[in-house]
Design a protein around this ligand. Structure first.
Ligand code: WTA
Length: 651
């Protein structure tokens, strides 16, 4: 396991307890009996309650490991549930998104009726370009209301989408477009980020040049700067999305593909996580309802993730819209133009529920509480955390400085693969402990196993597993059955292996301890060591590279690369920058190594395998583990001494 015994003990020394307040408990969507509910009864009634069906389902689920099907026999449409359902019920004038652009004077209120109109127009336009049920569509956009519009227009037609985070490079985008064989790409001219523009269309052009399946590119005008448009291939969104006549929502089967979302695994090739229609929608809507305690006519909910990640899919778009929530959507960075930007937004819209990541909380901590203090955050009543283990110090800071010591915090554990939150407190019920995600959500069967596949009792550590299927679970890896079985289902028979270490304490509360594989978690982003290594060796002067993570006070983990240059060349500051930029070009800026140590050799076993474990020790500045299997034990000392002089860089 990556985590040291000391980390675990530190967590277990965390003895602060936060009881739910009586007021919150009295009105909470989840009442204590929820934990007594039977698995099947719970998911059946959630299936009826959260989702509207064109035809009701006839069978709750089928489990043929490692594949599950849910809500069989029903017919439904996700976009209909997110839009028409509310408009038909007379809630068309309710705000779906309060959107704020990064330039402060740009604000829009998008109601459910507006959203339906925009989705209808784009869906009609897509249809005219030949998009229909089953046509794969790529989406490469920033945080603008048109991104959910694009996703919902696809869902309306039954066209599966893949959203690619706007920070990814042309290579990363092309890899995804090629793998899914997308026929259409929806993008925008540019996006705003920290006061400068991000050239999305330019990057998209490079990617599309490598992606022969893409026939059409639809371009939203966002910043208005001139971008080249290719005749016959590229069209402006405002020219495509003009037809307001009704576009009926396609009745879909429960197991029709809703989207693919690519995520890092332990090889260089990202995995296409497949999510389907009914189970996914029930899963995200039910968890959103109970965990965020949504009162849709009172709350203003803000999930500050990017739509390009699973958190954005499930808890900015599909869950909240299915539940009829009013959300905030913000385009830019938290420190633009000033470090109080988030708190200005929270005050302006009267945000009541805020969901963000520990890495963001730690940035705010670093900037100081005075920025939040300038604003009235008294409407906040619930806080959430996601993406990585939250250290107790950040938890307490969030609780005191943002939540005014009155808001419950839900620390939610889940993954792109799970689609929905799996381990979490329920506000109003759970006594929380800083650093613990506490209990499995009702209808979720999580446990901690040892290597032998036995359940570990209270106090014990091991691997987090899920023993029963759940509605929003992935339906496999796109076109990679063997990899699906190998990654999640081969460690324990018929039990899902999450790739995370965990412990359960005396109260049955779960403490997540980070990844146990070669996946790093940098600022809440999943990046595999091997992906970064391949990007580095792709550089013509690099002979070999190995990548490890070290702890970082802000980003959780930071990437350290050990690089051997060809022909025994020595590294330099220029080379270091060049390599960092090369990785940014190959994958995206999020994957840039924080440190690069140039070394004439990497530590290898006698059979030539790189000993990453030792590099992790070096990266972390820990005493070295067993070095007896090294071919040349002096290599590590050399790296150590170089590591001491290494250049450290921060973005
Ligand atoms: C980590 C993000 C501890 C974990 C929704 C998981 C967490 C990976 C938590 C999934 C949490 C996410 N506590 N660790 N509350 N939430 N993780 O696919 O290692 O981007 O396996 O999904 O993030 O990352 P992904």
């Amino acid at each position: 396991m990556e985590t040291t015994a000391q980390d675990i003990d530190t967590l277990f020394l965390e003895e602060r307890r936060f009881e739910p307040s009586g007021d919150f408990a009295a009105r909470a969507n989840a009442q204590p009996e929820i934990y007594d509910r039977d698995f099947e009864e719970f998911w059946e009634s959630e299936g009826r309650e959260r989702v509207a069906w064109f035809e009701p389902f006839t069978k709750l689920y089928e489990w043929d490991p490692p594949y599950a099907k849910w809500y069989l026999g029903g017919k439904l449409n996700v976009a209909w549930n997110c839009l028409d359902k509310h408009v038909e019920a007379g809630r068309g004038s309710t705000v779906a998104y309060y959107w704020e652009g990064e330039p402060e004077d740009e604000r829009r209120e998008v109601t459910y009726a507006d959203l339906l109109t925009e989705v209808t127009k784009l869906a009609n336009g897509l249809k005219a370009l030949g998009v229909g049920k089953g046509t794969p569509v790529g989406i490469y956009m920033g945080m603008v209301p048109e991104t959910p519009v694009a996703m919902l227009a696809c869902a309306r037609l039954g066209a599966p989408h893949t959203v690619v985070f706007g920070g990814f490079s042309a290579d990363s985008l092309a890899g995804r477009l090629q793998d899914m064989e997308c026929e259409v790409l929806i993008t925008q001219d540019e996006a705003w980020r920290r006061g400068t523009t991000v050239p999305l269309k330019k990057t998209a052009d490079e990617a599309v040049a490598e992606s022969p399946s893409v026939r059409h590119v639809i371009v939203l005008r966002r910043t208005g700067n001139v971008v080249p448009m290719e005749d016959g291939r590229d069209q402006w969104w405002h020219d495509v999305a003009t037809d307001e006549s009704e576009c009926p929502a396609e009745p879909m089967d429960p197991e029709d593909l809703l989207y693919l979302l690519y995520t890092s695994g332990t090889t260089a090739k990202p995995k296409g996580i497949a999510h389907t229609t009914a189970g996914y929608l029930v899963g995200v809507a039910a968890t959103h309802h109970y965990i965020f305690d949504l009162k849709r006519d009172e709350d203003v909910y803000w999930c500050a993730a990017d739509v390009g990640w699973v958190t954005g899919h499930s808890y900015i778009v599909y869950g909240p819209l299915c539940n009829g929530a009013t959300s905030v959507l913000y385009e830019g960075t938290p420190d633009y133009p000033d470090r109080d930007r988030w708190w200005a937004i929270a005050e302006r819209y009267g945000v009541t529920i805020l969901y963000t990541a520990p890495t963001a909380i730690r940035s705010h901590m670093k900037w100081g509480p005075e920025h939040a203090e300038k604003h009235d955050l008294s409407k906040l009543r619930l806080l959430g955390s996601v993406g990585e283990p939250i250290n107790p110090e950040a938890w307490i800071w969030y609780h005191d400085h943002i939540g005014g010591s009155r808001c419950p915090i839900v620390d939610t554990w889940w993954q792109t693969e799970t689609g929905m939150i799996m381990i979490t407190p329920l506000p109003g019920i759970t006594t929380t402990k800083p650093g613990s995600a506490t209990k499995p959500f009702p209808g979720v069967d999580a446990a901690v196993f040892n290597d032998a596949g036995e359940e570990v009792g209270p106090g014990g550590g091991g691997y987090l597993v899920l023993r029963r299927p759940w509605p929003a679970m992935l339906r496999g890896l796109y076109k990679e059955h063997d990899r699906y079985v190998e990654t999640y289902w081969s460690k324990y028979p018929n039990v899902y292996f999450a790739g995370d270490g965990a412990r359960v304490d005396e109260d049955g509360d779960f403490w997540l301890l980070g990844r146990v594989d070669d996946v790093m978690n940098v600022a809440g982003h999943r990046i595999s060591t091997i992906e970064v290594e391949s990007a580095l060796v792709d550089h013509q002067e690099v002979a070999e590279a190995a990548v490890a993570a070290r702890n970082d006070a802000t980003t959780g983990q930071a990437i350290v690369a050990f690089v051997t240059l060809k022909g025994g060349a020595e590294g330099s500051v220029t080379k270091l920058e060049e390599l960092r930029n090369h990785v940014a070009r190959k994958i995206g800026p999020i994957a840039k190594p924080a440190n690069i140590v140039f070394t004439p050799e990497l530590p290898k076993t006698r059979s030539g395998k790189i000993m990453r474990r030792l590099l992790r020790d070096v990266a972390e500045n820990r005493p070295l583990g067993d070095t007896t299997t090294l071919a040349d034990p002096t290599v590590v000392d050399e790296i150590r001494s170089r590591g001491a002089e290494e250049q450290s860089k921060e973005d």
